[in-house]
Design a protein around this ligand. Sequence first.
Ligand code: ATP
Ligand code: MG
Length: 158
Amino acid sequence: EIVDFNKFFNKIIDRFEMSKPEHINFQRLMPDTDMFVEIDTDKMTQVIDNIISNAMKYSPNGGNVRFGVILKDDMLKVMVSDDGMGIPQDNLERIFDRFYRVDRARARAMGGTGLGLAIAKEMIEAHGGEIWAESEEGKGTTIFFTLPIQLEGEGEWE
Ligand code: ATP
Ligand code: MG
């Protein structure tokens, strides 16, 4: 399905904004340009849902969750950043592994299985993109992913 990514992304953020705790604040930084991507909307919704729930789940003291989209060459670069507990540098690569969770005891208390980001990585790569994280322990985490932009006219004959 070909969708305008900003419209699609904003709808998901709206749904979270309606039920978010009061101590978390949402900030959106998105250009007004239409950016079309060809995605499996159900799967991409699942990916983004997990990234946003992680940002909130791992921000027990609240803070801002920032959403950004920028155009870079022929790719979309999407960013979700939080002011939460962060991830130690040594564990940063492993958060995309199946069942991996940074702090087992703490993670157990917070619920979940440790599959969310492994699924996200699989889905994003299946769409021709990449996903990675930057984080500072005690300060916050940013998840980035890219998706190829659907160029004008492409897919017209399908
Ligand atoms: P699930 O998503 O399956 O319900 P989960 O949230 O624990 O469980 P993932 O979404 O795959 O699993 O995340 C893996 C681990 O990476 C988490 O357990 C957590 O330790 C760490 N993590 C992910 N996102 C963040 C974040 N925004 N801030 C801090 N730690 C994070
Ligand atoms: Mg998760």
